[in-house]
Design a protein around this ligand. Structure first.
Ligand SMILES: [Zn+2]
Length: 459
């Protein structure tokens, strides 16, 4: 079994139970699993592969808990630049209805490439449109070429405009076909084992695009197979009004009536949650994918992040769809989480009443341990024996950090977001010397730009 020795990192952040930060640190891994972590002098001196991280900060790989990779094709679309969620969706649905399988492939690789280069080693993606023969399998095959872990969420929409939903009827599917396909992709692809590179998630899209019956049946199907459940919830006040008018419940109460709560459930956004709802989330174990950039971009609001943390709710970070961010940069999202939380403490003191500010280390914790907990991965999120050898490293002599090395960990969050120099997933390099391994980016970007132009033109 191949061994990997990592040594001499200027600082290695473990995110273990004691939150050890080890100067001159490293780790020893066998077959993709960490066996030892500590000062380099305490580690074996031989291995099949040796990685010298002198001059680098090393961190556990970052975990992205919410995304729509296909939306990399519709970044900064003029008609959707200055819109709130519902108007933004109405502008983009007709464009997304033109997606073809090759567009899924291109956008998956572009989005995951950007994620990997920004420090992400595990990504969850929520694909909820399947026009023109597109399948989740298109995304899964494309992701394997980038080499980061994927939690592929089989999304769905079943409530079209004619039935009182938001999306046009042309982009929704029949409930029976959705459930059949969820079952098919679970049986074909889901790997429940520790160290899994690929898991499937069942993920009806949102209260305003899915029927109550499909929400309930999706939960039952996911639980029969032991896979996680994911949806958008409490993202905007428009959605809250929709839920009150249509179902007579606020979003969380509506989800609870559909069996959507528990340790196998996580919600994207969860912006508009009152203190009682935060307590119910903590009690049930439901998790949150906090998406600060998207929440600012669409003027959705400020999630009660510190209240979630204090209550013990599982919280990770999500870059969300590339059309509402408009990037897939994980280290940038860590910075946004820190900044938005601080703005929230000032602008909405009622949601962060203790007046303390989120720290750089707490923001990084959201993107590592927090994200792993949200995805139900006790094998990820920290660097310690028994965990997967997923880590990233950033050179410290970069322009962005100049003058910020009093505290390199804080520099990685406070200073301009860096691209990582090294990313390793299960002991295998996916980024080396700042470049993706195994993906030739320039021709991929060219094809992706051609596809994006075609989709928006409507050819
Ligand atoms: Zn989303």
């Amino acid at each position: 079994m191949p061994t990997l020795l990592v040594r001499h990192a200027d600082l290695l952040v473990t995110m273990d139970g004691a939150r050890r930060e080890i100067a001159g640190g490293g780790l020893f891994a066998r077959d993709g699993w960490v066996e030892q972590v500590g000062p380099s002098s305490t580690l074996p001196d031989r291995a099949d592969e040796i990685l010298d991280l002198s001059g680098h900060l090393a961190l556990p790989g970052l975990v992205n808990t919410h995304h729509h990779l296909y939306q990399t094709l519709t970044r900064s679309v003029p008609a959707a630049q200055d819109a709130d969620l519902f108007h933004w969706l109405r502008a983009l649905y007709p464009i997304w209805a033109r997606l073809k399988p090759d567009d899924i492939r291109l956008s998956t690789q572009i989005g995951l490439a950007e994620l990997a280069l920004s420090g992400c080693t595990t990504a969850s993606d929520h694909l909820y449109l399947y026009p023109n023969g597109c399948r989740l399998d298109d995304e899964i095959a494309a992701a394997a070429q980038v080499g980061i872990r994927l939690h592929a969420a089989r999304g769905s929409m079943s409530l079209g405009e004619s039935q009182g939903g938001l999306p046009p009827d042309s982009v929704v599917e029949k409930a029976e076909a959705i459930l059949d396909d969820c079952q098919r992709v679970i049986e074909a692809h889901h790997d429940p084992k520790p160290g899994a590179m690929l898991r499937i998630v069942v993920a009806p899209c949102s209260p305003f695009s899915v029927t109550a019956d499909l929400m309930r049946e999706s939960a039952a199907l996911a639980r029969a197979y032991g896979v996680s459940l994911h949806t958008h919830l409490a993202e905007t006040l428009d959605e809250e009004r929709f839920c009150l008018e249509t179902f007579g419940h606020r979003p969380l109460a509506y989800a609870e009536t559909l069996d959507w709560s528990g340790a196998d459930v996580w919600f994207a956004h969860a912006v508009h949650m009152n203190p009682g709802e935060v307590s119910r989330m903590a009690a049930s174990g439901s998790g949150v994918a906090h998406c600060p950039s998207s929440n600012m971009r669409l003027a959705s609001g400020i999630a009660p992040l510190r209240r979630y943390r204090r209550a013990g709710v599982r919280v990770g970070l999500g870059v969300d769809g590339s059309a509402s961010n408009d990037s897939s940069h994980m280290l940038a999202e860590v910075r946004q989480a820190l900044l938005l939380s601080r703005l929230g403490a000032a602008a909405r003191p009622e949601i962060d009443e203790d007046g303390e500010l989120l720290t750089a280390r707490q923001a990084l914790e959201l993107a590592t341990r927090g994200g792993a907990a949200v995805l139900g991965r006790d094998d990820l999120g920290s660097l310690e024996p028994g965990k997967c050898a997923d880590f990233i490293a950033v050179r410290l002599d970069r322009l962005e950090y100049a003058g910020g090395l009093h505290d390199p960990i804080a520099a990685a969050v406070f200073c301009a977001p860096a691209s990582v120099d090294v990313a390793v997933v299960h002991g295998r390099k996916v980024v080396d010397q700042g470049r993706l391994v195994g993906i030739d980016l320039p021709p991929l970007i060219e094809q992706h730009n051609r596809a994006a132009a075609r989709l928006v033109r409507g050819d």
